[in-house]
Write a protein that binds this ligand. Structure first.
Ligand code: TXA
Ligand code: MG
Length: 319
């Protein structure tokens, strides 16, 4: 198991030696390594068992540092950077050669963000390089939102996890590209699209990028528990399972026919932000309960972070 603590110097010492460290962000925990070092980057792919065609996100402490490794920042990206960073928004920008091709899986663009977490910002400020960090879970599984989630799955492969408490947002960052005329969202996430539209006017959502190697995080079956997950009540399907075998991700009121211990309330008051924060740990806990064979997710309104939640639930339910 890895050490868990708030020791930024310990994390820096390991990262400077091109080792990997679990880091907290406002969205989910990351598996971080020196983005300029190929050995560290290779290790990220190995530890996560991530296919080499799925590029990583690079985390920086400030915009000046980013200017050092991207060719240019389009006006719209500059505006979003000023307004929304640090925050749950990842932008695709043309990379300079200091970013190894391994990081971007050979693409000319690098995914970049400044995360909004005091511990990780302090760590990034102490480093002379940015951090490549995908979510700290085995490829395809649910992203971690607590330090202990990282330790459970990757603790044997890394030395240290910086403990920043529970992630405040709970779903991964929104990814945006400026390649076309109109900015395109490649992954719905922690930065609600409604807010992006306030700055950009029109945006496109590329829901069909699921099969593009350019954005494999958009793959249909992803963010998935090992048990079957279904959306809402599909009553004919439910007849196959007893109440004791059924788990529920509850939005609003609990279900009277299902044991209380099998129900995880994402938000009792119908708050999508609260539901996003609780989503992944609830999915994990239901996944770990031995008696449960099926997980039902209540319907969530498709507004604000509800859009990102519904996207993750849809992917988690895909075969
Ligand atoms: O909130 C987050 O974004 C978290 C925290 C740790 O920052 N990170 C995260 O990383 O979710 P990851 O690796 O699980 O997802 C990154 C996604 C992948 O789906 C990848 O395909 C996409 O970003 N991506 C990275 N670079 C890309 C690029 N140049 N073009 C298109 N997609 C890219
Ligand atoms: Mg991920």
């Amino acid at each position: 198991m890895a050490g868990i603590g708030k020791n930024i110097e310990e994390a820096k010492k390991l990262l400077d030696a091109n080792k990997l460290v679990g880091i907290p962000t406002e969205t989910v925990y990351g598996l971080a390594g020196n983005a300029f070092n190929e050995d560290a980057v290779l290790d990220i792919f190995r530890v996560k068992q991530r296919p080499s065609f799925d590029p990583l996100i690079v985390h920086a402490s400030n915009l000046d540092q980013i200017r050092g490794f991207v060719k240019e920042i389009p006006d719209q990206a500059e505006m979003l950077a000023q307004e929304l960073w640090p925050g749950p928004l990842t932008m695709l920008l043309n990379k300079k050669s200091v970013i190894p091709d391994l990081v971007t899986s050979g693409l000319g663009t690098v995914a970049v963000r400044i995360p909004r977490h005091p511990l990780t910002l302090a760590l990034l400020n102490s480093l002379e390089y940015p951090l490549a960090a995908p979510s700290a879970n085995p490829f395809g599984y649910i992203s971690p939102t607590k330090a202990i989630h990282v330790n459970e799955q990757l603790g044997d492969a890394i030395d240290y996890i910086l403990d920043g408490g529970d992630c405040l947002i709970g779903v991964e960052s929104t990814i945006i590209s400026f390649e076309g005329k109109i900015p395109t969202i490649l992954r719905l996430g922690g930065q609600p699209i409604e807010r992006l539209k306030e700055f950009l006017g029109e945006v496109k959502i590329n829901e069909h990028s699921t099969s593009q190697p350019a954005a494999p995080g958009m793959m249909k079956s992803h963010y998935a528990p090992s048990k079957k997950l279904i959306l809402n009540h599909q009553s004919d399907l439910l007849k196959k399972y007893s109440a004791a075998e059924t788990g529920v991700l509850v939005f609003g009121q609990m279900h009277t026919e299902i044991p209380v211990a099998n129900q995880y309330v994402l938000s009792a008051t119908g708050n999508v932000n609260e539901a996003a924060k609780n989503l992944f740990s609830a999915m994990r806990e239901l996944d770990q309960k031995p008696d449960i064979r099926i997980i039902i997710a209540d319907a969530i309104p498709n507004i604000g972070l509800g859009k990102a939640i519904n996207d993750r639930l849809k992917r988690a339910s895909a075969e």
